[in-house]
Design a protein around this ligand. Sequence first.
Ligand code: AMP
Length: 250
Amino acid sequence: MGGACTSQKKVEKEAGAAGPTIIVLFGPPGAGKGTVAPALIEKYGIPQLSTGDMLRAAVAAETEYGKAAKAKMESGALVDDSIVVGIIGERIMQPDCKPGYILDGFPRTVEQAKTLDEMLATKGQAIGSIVVLEVELSVLEERICGRWMHKASGRSFHTKFAPPKSLQDARAADPDVVPSADNMKDDETGEDLYQRADDTAEALTKRLEGYKSQTVPILEYYGESRQVKIDGGQPREQVIEAAKKIQLKS
Ligand code: AMP
């Protein structure tokens, strides 16, 4: 979850790496960014900064940013650069970002990538690696529409691919039970799970249009040499294993 503090117990430093470890997590909605992030947090001891999580928190708290972002987010459109750049610019100044951070959902346009590079250059820093989750776009609707989230931790579950224990229990009693707030509970805390307002087939169409036209060009901007690829089409556990084993670019 964006802003969460990270454990410093085991931090893997890349050989020869200088300065903070700055990783961009890249992939379409539903590619598994939320699945690999915990593995990278653990491996490098740095926080995950998710602009989507930060914006959803701003919407829930009804801040000025949140009010300006709400309708665009629900429809699947991108929020204005001035808002996201402001949010991320403040966040990377926090002390827990000193050793580095994982950017999730930012940058999302070449313009944002350029602004980020300028922001980092003033501190003598630069993006290290882009972790690219490669996945066929045709699988995303099923992934997104069955996804349920735990708000406090950012943990994600899926009615088919990763059902929480509560749904498994409900299905043991009645195989035809419909997933609902009553039987979708977080495995660790038992708290309610929820479905994101933009996790609908309709909003996904718009999110994917934005991804293809505005976000994919970022890869060319950063260049092949900084990309580390993970096959996001594999089953969840294999994606996590692949994330644990990645070698960052220095
Ligand atoms: P995500 O959780 O990354 O899928 O983001 C959810 C929504 O937040 C997106 O569909 C956008 O409306 C908004 N958002 C998140 N990050 C950005 C960004 N970098 N630029 C513009 N809008 C963003």
